[in-house]
Write a protein that binds this ligand. Structure first.
Ligand SMILES: C[S@@+](CC[C@H](N)C(=O)[O-])C[C@H]1O[C@@H](n2cnc3c(N)ncnc32)[C@H](O)[C@@H]1O
Length: 260
């Protein structure tokens, strides 16, 4: 369950300026662009659980119309602060809905968005099904559905690579839930499970990627130069799309297309 308090929100938003945050943001952005195509002007995107809009406001900068759906007023304040630093026309392309995905879905048009995103949200929900259903329903036929969440299949990797071997070993005994770096318990999903869920709702998987293969467990990225981080992004991009590397990533990014 997401715990909305100022400390968690600040820690989370600051994370996006960190090395790990930059890698995640760049990778997810690239994956989405690969499926959205070159013509971005006027595309309609909705982001469920958008946080401070870190991932999505950049699409508004590229000419897309973006709807941020976010229940946390604290996160919304951070998104507004971010938009205030950008040209007015970018803000004019952003609609903010302060609500849960479930509440917003009742108001938003169905089958109309070119891309429906939800990144880092499923892990805080008891089951993926309600949110993935809302996502597929919001996408127009042919529209993109982009889900980023925690992998349930590599729970030992972070602690193991960090040298916390006891925690890593315990991860094999746990169900899907482990404590994330924000101190909040999070649940994992598998690529196969999400693929089945999407297929059952009328969306076929286009691709899946691992995110954080070489970076998730590292806390020494912040001092790295921009060139080193760019190399890391390239490395992660290559590794995140092939086995066996992507299978041990902390995060899985599943991209699907609504068929029906
Ligand atoms: C870890 S943040 C992820 C933010 C952003 N999507 C990103 O990729 O950085 C999780 C967000 O999910 C939001 N959230 C939690 N439950 C939600 C729900 N039922 N519907 C929509 N958003 C939700 C939280 O308020 C929080 O901002």
């Amino acid at each position: 369950m997401w715990n909305d308090n100022a400390q968690i929100v600040d820690t989370y938003v600051d994370h996006f300026g960190s090395g790990r945050g930059v890698v995640r943001e760049e990778l997810v952005d690239r994956h989405i662009l690969e499926h959205l195509g070159d013509e971005l002007d006027g595309r309609r995107i909705v982001d469920f659980g958008s946080g401070a809009g870190q991932q999505t406001i950049r699409f508004a900068e590229r000419g897309c119309h973006v709807t941020l759906v976010e229940p946390s007023p604290l996160m919304m304040d951070r998104a507004r602060a971010r938009l205030a630093e950008l040209p007015t026309e970018v803000g004019d392309r952003v609609t903010m809905v302060c609500a849960t995905a479930q509440e917003a879905a009742a108001e938003l048009p169905k089958a109309s968005f070119d891309a429906v995103l939800s990144h880092g949200v499923l892990m805080y929900l008891d089951s993926p099904v309600p949110l993935v259903t809302i996502m597929v329903e919001a996408a127009r036929p042919g529209g993109l559905v982009s889900v980023l969440t925690k992998s349930s299949e590599a729970l030992a990797a972070r602690a193991g690579f960090q040298g916390d071997f006891a925690t890593a070993l315990r991860a094999f005994e746990q169900a899907e839930t482990t404590r994330g770096w924000l101190g909040v318990d999070t649940r994992g999903d598998s690529v196969a499970g999400l693929t089945d869920c999407l297929a059952g709702l009328g969306a076929e998987r286009l691709a899946w990627h691992g995110v954080g293969v070489f970076s998730d467990h590292r806390d020494d990225l912040d001092g790295r130069s921009a060139a080193e981080l760019a190399t890391l992004v390239e490395l992660e991009y290559r590794a995140g799309r092939i086995d066996p590397y992507r299978g041990i990533a902390r995060l899985i990014h599943v991209l699907a297309r609504r068929t029906a």
